[in-house]
Design a protein around this ligand. Structure first.
Ligand code: NAG
Ligand code: NAG
Ligand code: NAG
Length: 472
């Protein structure tokens, strides 16, 4: 992900640009008696971007300094030191104070615990995981909102790097700062300084399922299902956004699959069109959504009865929220909320409603549905988040990886939306049955062929000779 997005309309225009960001290799050069032994570890650079012309993130990429580890003596000169900071032991207050004091620094290397990547078991451990999650999101918010005039990298903890850290600590404990003459480790990342990335194209992907036009009707209402697929995180190379963008995308694709089965037969086709949209630029004020909406012709826009935007629906337990910008008494909102509540009831979960007015003169939106509201299309956002994240928050951070997403939660989200949308008589089970139908036929054919042979299968599907033919 890279580039230049323009957002706005109405008030001031917000311009953002991102610098080419890379996952790089860090060379650790041990300058001890061993001679210059070198080993390599993968490192991931902190994001560098501009927002409305103001610089944020890490402004340098190349690294070539000795390694050091906290604690340091007060007033120590760290201008030629790369400080290794294990996130596990991070003192955020100290880091924040250090950054705000603008003291020179050779560079920063954060060590990320492996727990981010792998599921860990056990109650005590999962408490730690909860703590880790909050530390990481605070750290990310701190790093992406400041201008750091030095290189900043992330690496995963492993035996190799932990051994280096232990060595560095032993060296630092002797009180002698590491230098070329006293030995220690040198951290080297050789890379050209990054350049501003050129304008990316914003790609929104859409799908359309036409409803069944009945007698006397010419135009059917449309219901839109939307999910934003982009991410923004402190380390772009590690920003996968499994929950923030992945869960909504997965739910949308599955709902589209179910309904395309349903709509393939006139008997089960609904009396409304379905529009599916995967939108780009979500973290950046839902910029892609705005572009997408602007590309609609008036008739399509006016035919949309409502849109359901899916945002972070992959790691909830019992409660989801329906965020709306029209008052809950509004007839459409009421209808959507009631159908969601009904299905939620059956599933034994709760859907709450949260009303937040939009400010039409402020181009900044908090939720995706607000872009719809700005062009006067009724829309809601379904999310496990009860309050709107800040700009660039909960958009695919370091912690938002595959293992925090819970399959059951996604499945229930899909069920909730699919059933709320379906024609009253179609239940999710029927939906599933229809969608499964093709697999069952395949499975059946496979079993017949393997147990009885192809001829039997063909005979089963061959129509019995008609009476007429017999008589002739
Ligand atoms: C964290 O750093 C702050 C500021 O330097 C300090 O006052 C505090 O005692 C530290 N906390 C811990 C647990 O070390
Ligand atoms: C989430 O966003 C990232 C970055 O834009 C992208 O690489 C990834 O494929 C997205 N995931 C899904 C499931 O869309
Ligand atoms: C709406 O947004 C504008 C522009 O950002 C701001 O000046 C104004 O105070 C906002 N109004 C409200 C009621 O928040």
């Amino acid at each position: 992900m890279a580039g230049r997005w323009r957002g706005g309309g109405g008030g001031g225009e917000v311009v953002g640009s991102i610098y080419s960001v890379l996952a790089l290799v860090l060379i650790l050069v041990a300058c001890v008696e061993l001679g210059d032994a070198a080993t390599a570890v993968d490192v991931y650079r902190l994001i560098q971007y501009d927002l409305s012309g103001a610089p944020y993130g890490s402004r340098l990429a190349g690294l070539n300094h000795h390694a050091g580890a906290a604690p340091f003596a007060p007033g120590a000169d760290l201008s030629r030191t790369v400080v290794i900071l294990p996130v596990r032991e991070l003192n955020l207050t100290f880091l924040q104070e250090y950054i705000t004091s603008k003291q020179p620094l050779g560079g920063l290397l954060f060590l990320l615990p492996q727990d981010i990547r792998h599921k860990s078991a056990g109650g005590n451990k999962s408490r730690n995981v909860g703590l880790l999650r909050s530390i990481l999101s605070e750290l990310e918010q701190l790093l992406i909102h400041v201008n750091l005039p030095y290189p900043v990298y992330f690496a995963y903890e492993d035996d190799k790097i932990n051994a280096v850290l232990a060595d560095v600590r032993r060296g630092d404990a002797t009180g002698q700062p590491a230098t070329a003459t006293t030995g220690g480790y040198k951290l080297v990342v050789s890379t050209p300084e990054p350049r501003k990335a050129s304008s990316p194209t914003i790609t929104n992907i859409q799908g359309w399922l036409p409803g069944l036009v009945g007698d006397g009707t010419t135009q059917l209402p449309t219901i839109a299902v939307v999910a934003s697929y982009d991410t923004f995180g402190a380390a772009p190379a590690l920003s996968v956004g499994s929950d923030s963008n992945g869960s909504g995308v997965v739910a949308l694709l599955e709902i589209a699959r179910l309904f395309s089965r349903l709509y393939s037969s006139p008997k089960t086709r609904g009396r409304y069109n379905l529009l599916f949209g995967l939108t780009s630029g979500g973290p950046y004020n839902y910029n892609g959504t705005m572009k997408w909406l602007r590309s609609f012709d008036q008739r399509l826009r006016e035919s949309i009865e409502y849109a359901v935007c899916l945002n972070s629906v992959g790691s909830w337990n019992n409660e989801l929220w329906l965020h709306v910008s029209k008052p809950p008494e509004n007839v459409y909102i009421k209808q959507v909320y009631e159908s969601f509540s009904e299905v939620a009831n059956e599933l034994g979960v709760t859907v709450g409603i949260k009303h937040k007015k939009i400010n039409i003169s402020n181009p900044r939106v908090a939720w995706e549905h607000e872009q719809f509201s700005r062009v006067r299309v009724t829309a809601v956002t379904l999310s496990e988040l009860s309050v709107a994240p800040e700009l660039l928050q909960s958009t695919g951070g370091l912690y938002d990886t595959r293992h925090i997403v819970d399959e059951t939660a996604i499945h229930r989200s899909i069920k909730l939306v699919a059933e709320s949308l379906a024609v009253a008589s179609v239940t999710f089970d029927l939906l599933l049955l229809l969608a499964l139908g093709s697999y069952l036929i395949l499975l059946f054919s496979f079993l017949v062929i393997t147990t009885r042979g192809l001829d039997d299968l063909i005979n089963m599907f061959r129509r019995p000779p008609s009476r007429k033919a017999k008589a002739a």
